[in-house]
Design a protein around this ligand. Sequence first.
Ligand code: PMP
Length: 347
Amino acid sequence: MKEYHPPLGDRSGLRLDFNENTFACSPRVLEALGRISRGDLTRYPEREPVECAVARHLGLEPAQVLLTNGVDEAIHLLCQTYLDAGTEVLLPIPTYTMYEVYASGTPAQVIHVPAGEGFRFPAEALLNAITPTTRLIAIANPNSPTGQAARREDLLRIVDAAPQAAVLVDEAYFHFFGETIIDLVGRAPNVIVARTFSKAYGLAGLRLGVLGAAEEQMRWIRRAVSPYSVNSVALVCLASALGDEEYLRWYTNEVLASRPVFEAALQRLGVPYWPSQANFVLTNIGSKHHAFVEAMRTRGVLVRDRSADPGCDGCVRITLGTREQTDQGIAALEESLAAIGWTRENP
Ligand code: PMP
């Protein structure tokens, strides 16, 4: 297993590199932080009361819900719970890096299923790759870094075709997409849905994710979880963030308004890109991708080079923020392309 180090480093400037909320979390979270006493911190965290609130919020039973230290911990848990020697995990690629990172820490075999034309969700290829030893199928919906979404009917076909496997549908970017299969939790025993509070809610620094799954599935997953992986400060903040729907709506609407503006700018400039269902857009800058990322950095805007991802040669992923931030991003993009001598005829 290789070490994985996200390219954090000095991240001062406009952060369009990690698909976080680019602005702030709800002000109610800070108020809740201010109410925490010194005595409160002496206690071990108790996740169940907040877990109940999250379950209510998602329309699930408390027994179907597990709060985790970000979705990353949830992915780790699922790999620990389901993967063993002689089993297989199916990953459509390209996709979120941590599925492979955590799967590679188990003896299971990782099977890559390449995306179709235009990074389309490879439904048929995934169905064909399912075997009696498939134990986990991880699908980010929408996917990162491509922004592409899988159709509900395709997800249902996969869920039906693999009753021997846990099917993780990672809805980290749900708020920017709007479609979900969370209604299947409890109805289809092998469906596991993940949501994060790192994106729309703006709580990436607190590390909060949630899994929803049928109770019988959850019993297996709970065996692997550490009882205190979600800390008490995060739990207090989450309870407050859940209560501020208005703020969530405001931020989500900013991003949704930014998306067509940003995509129109890419079209005007002739930069190839893949239309996105998430809070980021994957662009194809071509051979000058490295110079482009550096030129953007010089102008105070961080973007993420994804050219090493499978099938993503020359690609750079750019996060969408508020409309004002997106205008700033577009200005830097135009200047950067000019500075590196990028033209649509000679990318
Ligand atoms: N899933 C996907 C598809 C993601 O893109 C990310 C964030 N980069 C995560 C999960 C991780 O979320 P968290 O911050 O909750 O660990």
